[in-house]
Structures are given as structure tokens and as C-alpha cells.
Design a protein around this ligand. Sequence first.
Ligand code: KIV
Length: 271
Amino acid sequence: MSIHKAARKITTHVLQAMKAKNEKIAMLTAYDYSIAKLVDQAGVDVILVGDSAANVMAGYDTTLPLTLDEIIYHAKSVVRAVEKALVVVDLPFGTYQGNSKHALDSAIRIMKETGAHAVKLEGGKEVEESVVRILSAGIPVMGHLGLMPQSIHKFGTYVVRAKDDEEADQLRKDAVLLEKLGCFALVLEKIPAKLAEEVAKSIKIPVIGIGAGGGVDGQVLVIHDMLGLTQEFSPRFLRRYHDLATEIKGAVSNYVKDVRSEDFPNEKEQY
Ligand code: KIV
């Protein structure tokens, strides 16, 4: 039997056992109760309450405006729905950088107020103190390297990262550092597949990729993107499993038509 099937609940240890047994990890984002319930029931291992909520839920251009209160609201809704998956919550921009005491306070608020199982943050060496302090409170931390959307104004664009030797080398070092500090897993976003595979092989903790090829230990996508709700976002790495935007627009326009023509409600749809 697969490790996922045998486990009653997915824990950080289950994920590490999955990597050791070469069993791929499936991770998706969710931000609300109804979707999280379906995602959990469909067998996803890890649900990320991502700060991509800023884009797909709130309509911001970047992830930067999302607040701690806002991600806590989303995370509480997700945790209420989930029975098996590990729930990881993004620390929003400005809640952990530059001040490890502040980072710990933010992570504690997330764990205490939402009931989630772990936090995720972006960066390597530059957030070392924050990672150490959060871990010292017994809070599992997932790292995130490569394209880090919270640093978009530093990068200037959302293009593939770590293509040159210097950046690739820094990423390798940061991955090893995050493992050494005690992170339980690492997300690699939008980097060359060869580099991602090399990093995944060089460390024991699971490496989950998004736009990082198939040589890593698992994959993550933003649920709105893979269901085809976000039509304008179409990077090469994205596989769309549905065209929900078209389905929803079709259903809603049928409803509008039925209301206007007085077809809805009919005799059976009233008291
Ligand atoms: O916020 C998010 O959805 C993420 C994933 C892209 C990994 O960080």
C-alpha cells in the first residue's frame, strides 16, 4: 500500500518517508472551506494556504499587500475542512523578514489561531534567524527558493530564476542551509529542471516544485490556475485540468436567461 493511503493523517514525517520511498507528493493551494474539503477528499497530501490568495482571491497584482489577518482568515476556513492533508500557511510579506522576534510572533499567531500544521516562508541565508527562531518554538517550516513572488520588485519580472551560475550556486547553498536549519520541506519555484533535480537529490527533505520539472519529490500548483479559473495566467509549466471559467460563465448566463424569461423558478421549485 502507498504511504499516502496507509497514513491516517499526513505529517511532516509522512512526507519525508514518501521521499525516502520515492513516492511523489501532491500539493495544491486552497483558500476556503468548500474547495479545501474537495481537495482533501481527492487525496492531496499538502494543502498550501498560499499568499497567492492576494492574486486569485483578492485581485492584487502581487502577493505583497496580503496581511497576516487575511491569511489567518483563509487558513481557519481551510483547516475546518481538512481531515487528512497537512495544512501549510504562507507567512505574508513583512511578517517575518528582518526581525526574528516578529517572525516568531507571526508564526505563533498562525498556529494558534488557525490550527494549521506548518508555515512557509521565502528566502535562504537572509531569513536564517527567522527560520531558526520559528523552529525553536516547535513550528515546522517549509522553505521556498527560486522565484520568490514576495521579492518581485527586486527581481523586476516573473521570469525563470537561477539560470546563471552565481544565482544557481546561491540557491544550492540556501537549500542545504534550510535543510541544516531543520526545515521539513522546500518549494522550488520556476528554476531550470536540471538544477531542481540536482538540489532534490542533494538533500534529504522533500523538494516540491512549481515550474521546476519532474525530477523533484512532488509538485504544487495554484488551484485556480489548474482548474482554469484564471484565464489570463498561462505560463509554460501550468497544466490545466479543467476549464472552470467557461463552465461557470455558461452556468451563470443560463441562470440569467432563466430568470429573465421567468423559467426559473418553476412549479416544483417553490413552496
Ligand atoms: O502562494 C503560493 O501559492 C505559493 C505556491 C506558488 C508555491 O507559494
